[in-house]
Design a protein around this ligand. Sequence first.
Ligand code: ATP
Length: 340
Amino acid sequence: MTKYTIALLEGDGIGPEISAASVGVLGALKGRFGISFEVRKVPAGDRCKAEMGEALPDSSISAIKESDACFKAPVGDTAAETIVRLRQMLNLYANIRPSKTLPHVPSLKPAIDFIIVRENTECLYRGMEFEFDGGVVALRTITRRASARIAAYAFELAEHRRSKEVVAVHKSNVLRKSDGLFAQVCREVSAQHPRVSFSEMLVDSAAMNLIRMPEKFDVIVTTNMYGDILSDEAAQLVGGLGVAPSANIGENFAIFEPVHGAAPDIAGKGQANPIAMVLTSCMMLDWLSQTHKDTSCAEAAAAIRGAVDRALESGIKTSDLGGVSTTAEVGAAIAKLVAQ
Ligand code: ATP
């Protein structure tokens, strides 16, 4: 039996509810596939700041570093102090956001299946804002090193997909130097991947084409802020934020979190859809499978995805998908199907 230690950040708003449902699903794997999980709750986020004076105390950073992977629910107003800081501190340079049509969930087109690969460490997210001449200047950094690293990740990913197509999304007609560098580096990396077809698209066209012909996309590689915005749009194409998973991946560590935020408007009401976080756990299992060369984890991920499909098929859905089930009911139904 292989045991993995998972650092769980329960987050704020709907975070604790969807965390409980998702951990219940992971618990249902016990005794199956020869794997088990020790889930350690790690304080972080708004509640942690109120109680401990810091959104991300050193003790939490140590606990995260000691784990095999970090499973994170959304935090509220302290996102910059927690996840943005963790991404930079742990050098989690690739933010992976898949958009795939789920059976029994309304989708803009029937066969959407693409992945946004978002650069995760630079762009406008370095927090370099300065007061200047009665206003504010925000600095956007684009480096050759970070652009080459994210482009390489996107092309490697595409190599293993059926369509093998990468589109680099940028705005180099206006941001000639910064996005010009990103586009140039993507072109250079594309030359090392002759089996992958490569194209470029301006970010405004990409926003339009994701609605017009989402089924044509395979792998999108882009800078941090464009990726943030386009991935919320992409989530909406296939059922909304309630079913959108994501991963922050580095050389040696990764943090897995749903795309959505803490959703204070529905917190504590049992309305939050836990499927985004449950599918996020599948991305974590796939990553553990790759990094630990443990096929059991990939089998477990497939079992959870199958259980999600069957739960949806039987109409067990939260209200965002037109159902009447609560967060806990959806989680329990998926866990039961996993255990069968
Ligand atoms: P952030 O800026 O932190 O990403 P946001 O402002 O984009 O947050 P979210 O918290 O992601 O906002 O919520 C956006 C909308 O989507 C809200 O109306 C919220 O209720 C809904 N939503 C988000 N997550 C879920 C979920 N898991 N289930 C159901 N509805 C959700």
